[in-house]
Design a protein around this ligand. Structure first.
Ligand code: ADP
Length: 517
């Protein structure tokens, strides 16, 4: 039997089993002074009764007693509680009896007669031994408890991850799958019994998704970066949004990536419905508004100059407002068309230089009205053609140049430069106008965002021009960036890929940029 170790108070219990009264009382005096609680028995069987009833830690046991002697009592005590330390006391100490008693499990040995100091040393050693044993067992229990806690925590986290409705994928730095939760397997229609361990491409072959996972796994993103995302279309009806973060060690080393997958099909459907609704309403409003606008223009034209000045003012304001609404409807229609992916025209071979000349020519009048200089710089060597929708290109550069004209003071300067850089056509629209504060730059491509300050207050606009530009550039696999400083100016840079390095620039019939203004 293993004795309970919850008796942590200092008063350990000692039992003295000896038939000599003098020894029993002498031991009692010494042991009490040492701080023990002392029990006494004058015979072996009585001693065993005390062991049975009390929580005894140390037994001082006489070997020679009438009736049951010490060598008989010793194994019985060991049987009842093997944590009790038994110290043998005997007046017939021989090597043989000592060895025998030790073999039976006695802890120590004191020959009679003994000095009080001798008893103290032996009992103290036993007490220290017990204290250390108890401490070790306590530590062991605590260790077991911690391991149990850890085990419970681990299984709890695992259960949570496994019951998450979102897909979770964890990869190592080589892009091998380390873990996938059941939701991930279900979303990608994977066999639930298929183990992790293979390269990610073995489970899902999608170039963009692979790139996202490999870029994150290889530490191309930092923990503080906005989590990169990728829209995954598995078939035409189901869409997932994948977002990832690097898994970092304590020293900041990247250990892999953790990717979450969310089903965004419903959001996509809603977005499509919203686009269709906006397109429908805009379309329905456009004709009556255009009619009102034209009629207002006719009435204004027929009014005799100088007469009814107030009415003329009211009607011109109404005409301006209808023009603003017509522009808004035009932009909304463009945006919903582009966002729904219905870029109307098939890509054509476009001579960028020629197209830019036409746009700049078309907008020259507007710049002149504000006494601005609008220039176009093309490289000496002919530019390669690109394959794109020319209407889309007109809309991109028409919007950027008209913005430059709008948000630059009278007498300002707008410079458009076109260059070839590797496999890209890079166009910059730079002005020395109002500029855009840094805090607004992030939002500049958001729908309906317009900078409101004293300089822009009287400039009409819809806040849809730049979102249209961004959507079009994205649809052409290009990129757009801006650099801007308040009161210094703004430069928009558009890079478009040259898909086919084709025929060199040659003169083409002029195209107007009417859609862009
Ligand atoms: P809109 O011009 O119809 O307001 P945009 O989406 O084209 O809408 O532009 C959004 C906002 O960005 C504008 O309202 C303006 O404040 C700012 N902006 C755009 N281009 C420039 C520029 N070249 N210089 C300064 N601010 C600009």
């Amino acid at each position: 039997m293993i004795r309970k170790l919850d008796n942590n108070n200092d008063t350990m219990r000692v039992l003295v089993i000896d038939d000599e009264q003098g020894i029993r009382e002498g031991c009692e005096r010494i042991l009490k002074r040492m701080g023990f609680e002392v029990f006494k028995a004058n015979r072996g069987d009585k001693g065993l009764e005390v062991v049975e009833q009390e929580d005894i830690s140390i037994v001082l046991l006489d070997l020679k007693m009438p009736g049951m002697d010490g060598m008989e009592v010793l194994p019985r005590i060991r049987e009842m509680d093997d944590a009790i330390l038994v110290i043998i006391i005997t007046g017939f100490a021989t090597i043989e009896t000592a060895i025998e008693a030790m073999k039976q499990g006695a802890y120590d040995f004191i020959p009679k007669p003994f000095e009080p100091d001798h008893l103290r040393i032996v009992v103290d050693r036993a007490r220290e031994n017990l204290r250390l044993t108890r401490e070790t067992e306590k530590l062991e229990e605590e260790r077991k408890k911690t391991l149990l806690d850890l085990g419970t925590e681990k299984s709890r986290i695992r259960t949570i991850i496994e019951s998450l409705p979102n897909g979770i994928l964890v990869t190592n730095t080589q892009g091998q799958v380390v873990f996938m939760n059941p939701a991930f397997q279900q979303m990608l229609d994977l066999d639930p019994c298929r183990p992790a361990g293979e390269p990610m491409e073995a489970y899902i072959s999608d170039e963009g998704f692979s790139k996202l996972v490999h870029d994150i796994s290889q530490g191309k993103y930092h923990e503080t970066d906005e989590p990169p995302s990728y829209e995954l279309a598995l078939n035409h009806n189901v869409y997932y949004m994948a977002r990832g973060k690097p898994v970092l060690a304590e020293d900041g080393e990247c250990l892999g990536a953790v990717i979450t997958l969310i089903n965004i099909t419903t959001m996509k459907v809603l977005d499509q419905l919203k686009n269709e609704f906006v397109a429908k309403v805009s379309h329905e409003l456009r004709s009556p508004l255009s009619t009102i606008h034209e009629q207002l223009a006719m009435v204004l034209k027929d009014m005799v100059e100088g007469e009814s000045a107030e009415e003329q003012y009211i009607l011109s304001r109404a005409k301006e407002k209808t023009q603003g609404m017509i522009s808004l409807i035009g932009d909304l229609l463009d945006l919903s068309r582009i966002e729904s992916g219905a870029v109307t025209r098939e890509p054509e071979t476009v001579h960028v230089g020629e197209l830019m000349k036409n746009i700049v020519d078309f907008l020259q009048a507007r710049a002149e009205a504000k006494k601005q200089t609008l220039s176009l710089e093309l490289p000496d060597e002919p530019l390669p053609t690109i394959t794109a929708d020319p209407r889309g290109l007109e809309s991109i550069f028409g919007n950027l140049i008209s913005n430059a004209v709008n948000y630059t003071q009278e007498g300002g300067r707008i410079e458009v430069t076109v260059r070839k850089k590797g496999n890209w056509i890079v166009t910059q629209v730079a002005d020395n106008g109002f500029g855009i504060e840094e805090k607004h730059q992030k939002k500049i491509f958001d729908r309906f965002f317009r900078v409101k300050n004293a300089k822009t207050r009287y400039i009409t606009g819809t806040g849809l021009g730049l979102p249209i530009v961004k959507n079009l550039v994205d649809s052409m696999n290009g990129s757009i960036t801006l650099e801007s400083e308040p009161d210094v100016g703004t430069t928009f840079t558009v890079s478009l890929p040259i898909e086919k390095v084709g025929a060199v620039e040659c003169a083409e019939p002029a195209r107007t940029a009417e859609s862009s203004a």
